[in-house]
Design a protein around this ligand. Structure first.
Ligand SMILES: [Zn+2]
Ligand SMILES: [Zn+2]
Length: 269
């Protein structure tokens, strides 16, 4: 499938990182400079797609041929288990963490976040291969694994993928958050609202900004094109601080959404 022509609009992306961390892959907002993915032209993306289609697929986890990542091999990935904040999914917290409980400007704008895996080991490898090497075939099984941890009471009416800047998407050939979101949408039987949230401008990681200014800066990167329904699920491939997901949640709420939940394949703990 060629995805180089697909939807999300806008320009670029980047999220203010809490601290610089190479190749950490915060969703669409990763690697602002040093470890930015290599430039990939449309032709390079096309070549990779054709190559992927011709080569017999090998499972990333077990090495056997037949699939990019066997469903049965998903249990080899590091699970985001143990006690976690019921809202932001931060580990080592029973109940709700102080940041979420206080509800100040640093609390996430989403109602809850879930991710089935920790961003390490095979989960990290699978997501980074998608990002840096244009290998998207294992994003569908990862998306199904993410869908499996969505609590039944979330009942989203639409699913929104964290949009990638248009230039970056063209370079990469696809938006990995969109690939994951597509699999989530299919697994949950909920429509994907393509283009509802748009990335409208570049946000630079600005260490000089204080937390509140960073939030404002990041929120200004997203805009709605349409009216969201009451319950929205925002999907990214990987999240660190949840800042991107929170910024999108804030925009959706401002547009009338009543509850916004967030889902990622992996959380960088
Ligand atoms: Zn396998
Ligand atoms: Zn929390």
């Amino acid at each position: 499938m060629l995805r180089a022509m697909s939807t999300p609009t806008a320009t670029t992306d980047a999220e203010p990182p809490p601290q610089p961390s190479p190749a950490r892959g915060e969703g669409a907002g990763a690697g602002t400079s040093a470890l930015a993915p290599p430039r990939r032209s449309f032709l390079a993306a096309l070549r990779d797609e054709v190559w992927q289609a011709l080569l017999p697929q090998r499972c990333l986890a077990c090495g056997a041929f037949g699939a990019a990542l066997h469903e049965a091999c998903l249990d080899r990935l590091p699970t985001a288990d143990g006690a976690r904040c019921d809202r932001c999914w931060q580990p080592g917290v029973a109940g709700t963490c102080a940041r979420c409980a206080e509800g100040g400007p640093d609390a996430p704008a989403f109602d809850a976040l879930r991710a089935p895996f920790r961003f390490e080991g095979l989960a990290r490898r699978a997501l980074l291969e998608a990002k840096f090497r244009g290998v998207s075939a294992h994003l569908a099984p990862l998306g199904r694994a993410a869908a499996a941890v969505v609590p039944p009471d979330w009942r989203p009416e639409v699913i929104v993928a964290v949009p990638l800047g248009r230039r970056r998407e063209r370079r990469r050939g696809f938006n990995q958050a969109h690939e994951v979101a597509g699999a989530v949408a299919e697994a949950l039987g909920v429509p994907l609202a393509d283009g509802l949230v748009q990335r409208v401008r570049e946000t630079r990681a600005q260490a000089t900004l204080d937390a509140e200014a960073r939030h404002t800066n990041l929120r200004a990167a997203f805009a709605l094109d349409g009216t969201p329904p009451a319950r929205v699920l925002v999907v990214d491939d990987v999240t660190t601080t949840g800042a991107t997901l929170s910024a999108i949640a804030a925009v959706l709420r401002a547009g009338g959404a009543q509850s916004v939940r967030a889902l990622a394949v992996a959380r960088e703990d």
